[in-house]
Design a protein around this ligand. Structure first.
Ligand SMILES: Nc1ncnc2c1ncn2[C@@H]1O[C@H](COP(=O)(O)OP(=O)(O)O)[C@@H](O)[C@H]1O
Ligand SMILES: [Mg+2]
Length: 303
């Protein structure tokens, strides 16, 4: 097959690994910097070009769209979809995964466990909002934050109020500010389950090394291999499915009332390969081989 890896970082570990495994399986593969692609939209003749080359001739693409270029990246993916290039991650599924509010609404609807979450667009009812969550400490997060940067733990009502007021000030559209129950049982740790198709192909626990409540590896968290319970495995697969993603990094926390899903990442990092010794790249190429012939799956999420 002719496979395009859509990635702006040819030197990224994940990109290199995907290329390596695709080559090892006899595919023709090229890394395409989607930020340098351009699209021509014409009746019955859509094209995407990269360095003068028409990308419509690829059999499959593997999008690795960065969070800070979601709109441009998904527009390129969408245009290639219209040209019939197979993708395991549809543009619409990537977009929805980048919005934590939209994601949580879909996860809740699918019956997946999530931390109790509230969104509002004004701060006059702050006391009531905090009460509804169950009091402080409380998590306040930006729906479009990444790498732990938009997440705050407010220990007291006073702190929660001022953080919320500050957030609302710069986010008049209240859908970007989420109030969330603080899952104290596993503060500072979370679990990353890497889902490919109907399987969890690797899982690790992430632990923050200082006393930060955030366990993101970008924040200096450390990963160790972990075995998921059957319930966690099922829930991670269900979470990916309810988002319409066949490749996903599902983040969850263990709580007294069972596993709670925090978010579902559409372009998860491959650092988990080093932690677990599992061959993620091979699992993805294998999935693409098995599914490309059938064409891209229709998105049935409906939201
Ligand atoms: N409700 C919560 N309770 C406890 N810890 C949380 C909660 N939400 C997030 N965290 C911690 O903060 C980290 C980052 O939060 P997350 O929602 O995944 O945002 P990001 O997209 O920035 O990674 C999580 O990995 C977890 O360690
Ligand atoms: Mg996260």
């Amino acid at each position: 097959m002719k496979i395009a890896i859509l990635s702006n970082g040819p030197g990224n570990y994940s990109t290199k690994r995907l290329k390596e495994e695709a080559l090892a399986r006899g595919h023709e593969v090229q890394i395409i910097k989607y930020r340098d692609c351009y699209a021509s939209i014409e009746q019955n003749k859509p094209t995407v070009s990269y360095k003068g080359e028409d990308l419509g001739k690829y059999d499959a693409m593997i999008p690795r769209i960065a969070a800070n270029m979601t709109r441009y990246g998904t527009a390129i993916v969408r245009q290639l979809e219209t040209q019939g290039v197979y993708t395991p991650s549809s543009s619409i599924a990537i977009s929805r995964s980048r919005d934590k509010l939209r994601s949580l609404q879909l996860l809740a609807k699918a019956g997946v466990g999530i931390p109790k979450t509230i969104f509002s667009r004004n701060s006059t009812d702050i006391d009531d909002l905090i009460e509804k969550i169950g009091g402080t400490p409380i998590i306040i997060k930006l729906a479009r934050g990444t790498h732990g940067n938009g997440v705050v733990l407010a220990e007291t009502k006073k702190a929660a109020k001022s953080v919320l007021q500050a957030f609302y000030l710069t986010n008049e559209d209240g859908t970007n500010v989420l109030l969330q129950e603080f899952v104290k049982e596993s503060a500072g740790t979370d679990i990353r389950a890497f889902v490919v198709g109907n399987r969890v192909v690797a899982s690790m626990k992430r632990q923050s090394l200082d006393d930060d409540f955030r366990s993101n590896l970008h924040k200096g968290g450390e990963g160790t291999k972990i075995k998921l319970t059957d319930e966690e495995t099922k829930m991670a697969i269900k979470a990916a499915k309810s988002m319409g993603l066949s490749i996903a990094g599902v983040d969850l926390m263990r709580s007294e009332r069972g596993p709670l899903i925090l978010e579902v990442n559409a372009s998860p990092g491959f650092g988990i390969e080093k932690v677990t010794g599992r061959n993620i790249a091979a699992a993805i190429i294998d999935y693409v081989e098995r599914n490309a012939k059938r064409g891209s799956k229709k998105d049935r999420v409906g939201a």
